[in-house]
Unconditional design. Structure first.
Length: 270
């Protein structure tokens, strides 16, 4: 980025940070052509390649987002990490911007472009749904799910939004995801399902919820360990007892199968 462009970006960036929409509008009107206007509103910073629109979304300035988009800001731009404007709105829990983008902006796109925008993946293969779960942005999750975002998409570690919600103990979000057909039996890169995660965390409520929604009791990870095995390993007494009462078995790949069958008949105290 040349110095003049950098200076222009910094000037407009400050207007966005201070929510000075009137001066921002005046600066845009000073452009002598539509091409110059488009170039101006699509300026990026030098480090992250983030656009003015992304920063406006991050700061929750819905009216500034609207001004930039109507002036030619490209909503498909991505920063150096592959994240788009929707991600910036989600990560800062700027629900007003999330709602505006989904209900008023992408509706003008064809279905394929809409889905590409909503399901955009960053460098870690994560979508904004992963991020919404991380920051517990329940309202944003609800509207994303209504737009048919891929609820079962996995990141580079094989982790789904459901894995993350269970790991963070967000029961309300787990219920939302399961209601929208999140698969409780998807395995991550280690072979863990959400039930493995809940069992290791001794989260009895989530264990019950997952089982009631179809989680397989005896599914094993890549080590051959079942959720019951991990409940014992982590000292999750309540979950261990509940899983046993539901007929769960403790598989341990380090033991011969016959020894596992004999040990499963014994009472195990944790």
């Amino acid at each position: 980025m040349g110095q003049s462009q950098s200076a222009k970006f910094e000037k407009l960036f400050k207007l966005i940070c201070t929510n000075n929409i009137d001066e921002l509008r005046r600066q845009i009107r000073l452009c002598s052509s539509s091409e110059q206007t488009i170039n101006l509103v699509n300026l990026t910073d030098g480090d992250k390649a983030a656009t003015l629109l992304m920063y406006a979304a991050f700061y929750g300035n819905k009216n500034i987002c609207q001004l930039l988009i109507e002036s030619g800001a490209n909503i498909s731009n991505r920063d150096k990490d592959g994240r788009n404007v929707l991600y910036y709105a989600v990560t800062s829990q700027a629900y007003n911007v999330v709602k505006y983008l989904i209900e008023n902006v992408i509706t003008d796109l064809d279905n394929d472009l809409q889905q590409n925008f909503i399901n955009n993946k960053d460098y870690a293969e994560e979508t904004c749904l992963h991020e919404a779960v991380k920051v517990h942005a329940t309202s944003s999750i609800e509207i994303l799910l209504k737009c048919n975002i891929d609820v079962n998409v996995v990141n580079s570690g094989g982790i789904t939004a459901l894995h993350r919600a269970v790991d963070l103990g967000h029961q309300d979000i787990v219920q939302l995801l399961l209601k929208c057909k999140a698969d409780p039996n998807t395995k991550d890169a280690s072979g863990w399902t959400p039930l493995h995660v809940a069992s290791a965390h001794n989260d009895i409520e989530l264990v019950r919820l997952l089982i009631n929604r179809g989680a397989h009791l005896n599914i094993t990870d890549h080590q051959g360990h079942s959720p019951l095995k991990w409940a014992r390993e982590t000292g999750s007494r309540e979950v261990f007892s509940y899983l046993k009462s539901q007929g769960a078995k403790e598989f341990d790949a380090s033991q011969p199968q016959q020894q596992q069958q004999r040990s499963s008949k014994k009472s195990i105290n944790i």
